[in-house]
Design a protein around this ligand. Structure first.
Ligand code: ATP
Length: 315
């Protein structure tokens, strides 16, 4: 029996969460849910978008499923990432049938460092304009690279590629790259290579099948993840995971979509795939595959799909 914190949040977050829990309940694995509040609706009522009680519930659980937060997303999800030290942002780039993917058979993941880099928040005005500090530490570089290799082992992938710009950012990305190859030595069964970020942006479009696991720093990972989303047909089907030493939080990449909320037409696939990632994180690999393959069957048949995929089905 796994203890799962459930934060449905706002808008379609609530709708896709309900659908996903319904599916998880059909699994032979037992889940015990603890529901917690966060987001716009809660902020309207209480003035606080992310109460301490919600953080505590997540800390007392083995994993957290998160739906969506609207306007308060920065105060909710960014704060949760920091409070729980979720240093990995994991985004699969995978083509599914019946979607607007530019290629078939794309299947790689981006492992993005989530705590430092150019998003360390150190900025200041100068006489000429402003500067931002790009913080790269040995500790954070090593742990994100180690996560990427361990993830490759766990999910039967054979190659990890470090993406950087060490020819220009010689010191910061030099440290990132050195840590990558140091960690690579411990994983003899996994191939390792590295690419410049600009070349990688092009290879996503020209030769996306060359990638298996990509590990990269914060800003590069942010940009490449969205390029990856575009590559496989947009936000509707894209899950993500935020992972740290102690906690894991799984959420669709889309937001609360106020324009379609309340109509019962949201596509639950991204939330279902977030649950697949949670099952992988919990080590329930077989159950994860079963759930993902069921979704692929439904998408391939194309009979029961939501409006965004050209169908008429409800959530
Ligand atoms: P927020 O302010 O919470 O980020 P948003 O509407 O700006 O919400 P998204 O929630 O990412 O951003 O959605 C943008 C649009 O994408 C939606 O209006 C909707 O048309 C479409 N969309 C997003 N997620 C889904 C989904 N699960 N099913 C169907 N359409 C979706």
């Amino acid at each position: 029996m796994y203890k799962i914190a459930v934060i449905p949040g706002d808008g379609i977050g609530k709708e896709v969460m309900e659908a996903t829990l319904h599916i998880l309940d059909a699994s032979t694995i037992g889940f015990e849910y603890t529901f917690a509040d966060a987001g716009d609706e809660l902020a309207d009522k209480t003035g606080i978008p992310l109460p301490q009680k919600t953080i505590d519930i997540v800390k007392q659980s083995q994993a957290c499923l998160f739906g969506a937060a609207g306007e308060t997303a920065a105060d909710v999800i960014v704060k949760l990432r920091r409070e729980l030290d979720l240093y990995v942002n994991l985004r699969p780039v995978k083509s599914y049938p019946g979607t607007k993917s530019l290629f078939e058979d794309i299947d790689f993941v981006i492992v993005r460092e989530n705590t430092e880099g150019l998003y360390s928040g150190i900025e200041e005005y100068t006489e000429e304009g402003a500067t931002a500090v790009r913080v790269i530490t040995n500790k954070a570089s090593e742990r994100i690279c180690r996560f990427a290799f361990e993830y490759a082992v766990k999910t039967d992938r054979t190659k990890v590629t470090a993406v950087h710009k060490a020819n220009v950012l010689k010191k910061t990305d030099g440290i990132f790259k050195d840590n990558f190859y140091k960690v690579a030595e411990e994983f003899i069964g996994i191939k390792s290579d590295d690419k410049y970020v600009d070349a990688t942006a092009m290879f996503f479009i020209t030769q996306p099948k060359m990638f298996s696991v990509i590990v990269t720093t914060n800003l590069f990972g942010d940009i490449l993840s969205d390029e990856g989303a575009g590559l496989v047909g947009g936000l509707g089907l894209i899950p993500s995971a935020n992972i740290g030493e102690k906690y894991g939080l799984f959420e669709p990449v889309h937001g609360s979509a106020p324009l379609i909320a309340g109509k019962g037409i949201a596509n639950p696939s991204a939330m279902v795939l977030s649950a697949v990632m949670m099952l992988e994180y919990l080590g329930e690999i077989e159950e994860a595959r079963k759930l993902e393959e069921s979704l692929i069957t439904v998408l391939t048949e194309g009979k029961i799909v939501t409006e965004d995929l050209g169908g008429t089905a409800s959530t």
